[in-house]
Design a protein around this ligand. Structure first.
Ligand code: ADP
Ligand code: ADP
Length: 221
């Protein structure tokens, strides 16, 4: 992110001159109080919103018409946002389906994705049959099924109880190690950011600006 400023149409200044240089393989937590612009920053990185000024620069040469690297970004929203009419398999298949990969051709990748979040036995279940934590796991499997190089997560476990949340944090760490994916994880939890990341980028209250960029020495690394 190069000097990104975002002013919404109602005049709200959400980000002010934000710059962030993300290195491959990092696990970054974007930490700050509610309303400081974390989601806005993540959505702009994902191409889900435009910057008012500044730019998002990708190293890849394979940039599509929207200025995003083809197939390289996975996004996990705060809500699992599953299609209720489709099975767990169907939901995880969706990103591949949108890329023209049939169910049979996608089977191995979808099942690998489900295995990596411990839900292989639930491929034929429907979202309504799953707990909140399981739905979140499906949403993570859907985000990684295309093997993105960058995984963006927007306060993914905020609505879950502490124990489920801790389990899911461990799942995310496993995926990070397994797939070598670069992660940007939005949170307002100091604990979560310290537990998960190699690097904590702290934003101050609105208008969003980075005021600390901390390397974390994790015992596991
Ligand atoms: P965070 O994710 O850190 O809680 P957000 O990025 O969601 O913060 O919001 C940053 C600021 O921008 C807040 O003041 C919020 O009210 C405002 N905001 C977010 N989305 C919009 C929008 N679509 N229109 C107007 N203001 C918005
Ligand atoms: P899958 O076989 O991938 O699980 P379905 O057979 O349930 O998916 O549905 C096929 C497609 O039809 C879905 O991907 C979806 O786009 C569409 N579809 C099915 N039911 C609905 C619905 N109630 N509303 C909108 N679209 C639907």
């Amino acid at each position: 992110m190069q000097n990104v400023t975002k002013v919404f149409s109602n005049g709200t200044l959400a980000l002010k001159d934000m710059s962030l240089d993300v290195r491959p393989g990092e696990f970054i937590s974007l930490l700050g109080p509610s309303g400081c612009g974390k989601s806005t920053a993540l959505r702009i990185i994902a191409g889900l919103g435009d910057a008012s000024s500044g730019s998002i620069d990708w190293p890849s040469s394979k940039i599509n018409a929207k200025g995003l690297p083809e197939g390289d970004v996975g996004f996990v929203f705060q809500e699992p946002t599953l299609m209720p009419w489709s099975t767990v398999f169907g939901n995880v298949h969706l990103p591949l389906k949108l890329r023209g990969v049939s169910k049979s051709a996608a089977r191995q990748k979808v099942m690998e994705g489900l295995e990596s979040v411990g839900l292989a036995d639930f491929a034929d279940a429907y979202p309504r049959e799953l707990s909140g934590g399981m739905k979140m796991r499906v949403s993570i499997a859907r985000a990684i099924v295309t093997r993105p190089k960058l995984l963006l997560m927007d306060e993914p476990f905020a609505a879950l109880d502490e124990i489920t949340r801790q389990k899911l944090n461990d799942d995310v760490l496993k995926l990070w190690e397994q797939f070598g994916v670069t992660v940007i994880f939005v949170t307002h939890s100091v604990y979560e950011s310290a537990y998960l990341s190699n690097r904590i980028v702290v934003m101050r209250a609105r208008p969003g600006q980075v005021y600390a960029d901390l390397e974390v020495v994790q015992p596991r690394v």
